[in-house]
Write a protein that binds this ligand. Structure first.
Ligand code: AMP
Length: 214
C-alpha cells in the first residue's frame, strides 16, 4: 500500500502512521522526523533546518525533493510506504507524482485526517514525548497514570521545540495557505479519502482502516 497522510499539524498523522507501520509492517516515511534527525546531527544543513522549523516555516521544495527522492529509492519502501508530512505544497505534490511515475510506484490514495481547530491547538500545545520510552503523550488527553509512569521512572516529558504557541500559530497558517491546496489537488484528481480524526487514537485508527479497505 502506498499512501499519503494529509492533515494539519496535530491531526494525528504521525501517530496513525506509526500504528499502521507497527500493525501492517508498512514503513512510515516522515519528513519531519528526517529533518529532526538532521537537526540532532548538528550538520550545517541541520542548523539551517532548525531555524526554519522553529519559525514554523517550510524547508524549500528543492531540498525536500532531494530528501524524498533518496528515501523513496531505498529497498525497504519498494513494496509500500506511508508518507507523513510530504507533500506539503502543490509543487511537492507535482514532484511526488513525477517521482512515483519514474519509480513505477503509483499512489493508492491520499488520506486527509480531518480535525477541528480547537482540538488541534490542544493536541499541539499538550503534546509531550517521554524521554525514557519515546512514547508520545498529551498532558490534556493521556491517562494521568501514563504521564506519571514516565516521570516516576525518572523520565522527562519533553515538548517539541516547535510546539510552542508562537510557532504553532505559524505552522497552522502555513498549513492553511500552502498545504490545503495539496488537499484540493488530490480531491480534484479523485484520489482523496477523508477520515474524521477527532477522537481516541484507536477509534481514529479503525476509521482509517475502514476507508483504506473500501
Ligand atoms: P512535522 O513533524 O511533519 O510537523 O514537521 C515539522 C517541521 O518540519 C515542519 O513545520 C516544517 O518546518 C518541516 N517539514 C516537514 N516536512 C516538510 C515538507 N514536506 N516540506 C517542507 N518542510 C517540511
Amino acid at each position: 500500500m502506498r499512501i499519503v497522510l494529509l492533515g494539519a499539524p496535530g491531526s494525528g498523522k504521525g501517530t496513525q502512521a506509526k500504528k499502521l507501520m507497527a500493525e501492517r509492517n508498512i514503513p512510515q516515511v516522515s519528513t519531519g522526523d528526517m529533518l529532526r534527525e538532521a537537526v540532532a546531527s548538528g550538520s550545517r544543513f541541520g542548523r539551517q533546518a532548525r531555524e526554519i522549523m522553529e519559525a514554523g516555516q517550510l524547508v524549500s521544495d528543492d531540498i525536500m525533493l532531494g530528501i524524498i527522492s533518496e528515501r523513496l529509492s531505498q529497498p525497504d519502501v519498494a513494496d509500500g510506504f506511508i508518507l507523513d508530512g510530504f507533500p506539503r505544497t502543490q509543487k511537492q505534490a507535482l514532484d511526488l507524482a513525477d517521482l512515483l511515475d519514474e519509480l513505477g510506484q503509483p499512489l493508492d490514495a491520499a488520506v486527509l485526517m480531518d480535525v477541528d481547530f480547537d482540538v488541534l491547538m490542544k493536541r499541539l500545545t499538550g503534546r509531550r514525548t517521554c524521554s525514557l520510552t519515546g512514547k508520545l503523550l498529551n498532558v490534556y488527553f493521556s491517562p494521568q497514570e501514563e504521564l506519571d509512569a514516565c516521570t516516576e521512572a525518572g523520565g522527562e516529558l519533553i515538548q517539541r521545540e516547535d510546539d510552542n504557541e508562537d510557532t504553532i500559530g505559524s505552522r497552522l497558517e502555513v498549513y492553511r495557505t500552502q498545504t490545503e491546496p495539496v488537499v484540493d489537488y488530490y480531491r480534484e484528481r479523485g484520489r482523496l479519502l477523508t477520515v474524521d480524526a477527532d477522537g481516541a487514537i484507536d477509534e481514529v485508527y479503525a476509521r482509517l482502516l475502514a476507508v483504506l479497505s473500501d
